[in-house]
Design a protein around this ligand. Structure first.
Ligand code: G3P
Length: 218
């Protein structure tokens, strides 16, 4: 399973990269706004800065909702860096754009996916990644992880190559559940990734090892 970090915060991206287990980054317009990044030039420079930090794929989202606008944006974004993947919303023109971009060998991430039917359309259009938002489904009393399982089963059964990128992950247990459900990628906040490190028996075990060592070696 690949780990992406879901943020536009350069410090957090650096921290995850330094851990040595980071495979990529996802951003969205809300995450860019959270960092105070606005204006096309600044946004483009920020994407380039992210690509300089990480080795893997970096999702950059279009803000147009019409086919021509999405394609124009995508063509500018892919020129920024070879690691850029175009994030396209799951709407009618988005599916057309994914199909078109796939024909041009431009990689895409179909975002705002909340159902198996939407995931089917993304795969048929040739999306590189599909992003089901599990936390937002949980928010409305619907099992987000179950959707991951369902999409993984469908893609495996029919042999679709689109990778299932579990998004809107809110906590560490979501990551484990997405692993068990067969997701190809989990894009996570830094805290959820760091949560994987934690176990009280690790802490108490290490404390005891060091105390025993220090008894004879202090
Ligand atoms: O990857 C999508 C993600 O950024 C959305 O997360 O927590 O806003 O639902 P959230």
């Amino acid at each position: 399973m690949k780990f992406f970090i879901d943020t536009a915060n350069l410090e957090q991206i650096k921290e995850a990269q330094e851990l040595g287990v980071l495979d990529g980054v996802t951003t969205n317009p809300s995450l860019m706004a959270k960092e105070g990044i606005s204006g096309k030039e600044n946004i483009h420079n920020h994407y380039k800065a992210i690509c300089e930090i990480v080795d893997g794929d970096v999702s950059a989202e279009v803000i147009s909702t019409d086919f021509d606008g999405m394609i124009a944006e995508a063509e500018e974004l892919v020129k920024l860096h070879p690691q850029i993947v175009i994030k396209v919303p799951m709407i009618k023109d988005g599916i057309k754009a994914i199909k078109y971009l796939n024909g041009k060998n431009i990689r895409t991430n179909c975002t705002l996916v909340f159902s198996a039917g939407q995931a089917l359309l993304a795969a048929k259009a040739g999306a590189t990644y599909v992003s089901p938002f599990i936390g937002r489904l949980d928010d409305i009393s619907t099992d987000g992880v179950e959707l991951i399982r369902q999409i993984v089963d469908i893609y495996n059964y029919y042999g679709y190559e689109t990778q299932v990128l579990a998004a809107s992950i809110r906590h560490t247990m979501h990551i484990i559940q997405c692993l068990e459900a067969g997701a190809d990628v989990a894009t996570c906040p830094l805290n959820a990734i760091l949560g994987l490190l934690k176990h009280p028996l690790t802490d108490s075990g290490l404390e005891k090892f060091l105390a025993d060592y220090n008894k004879l070696n202090a």
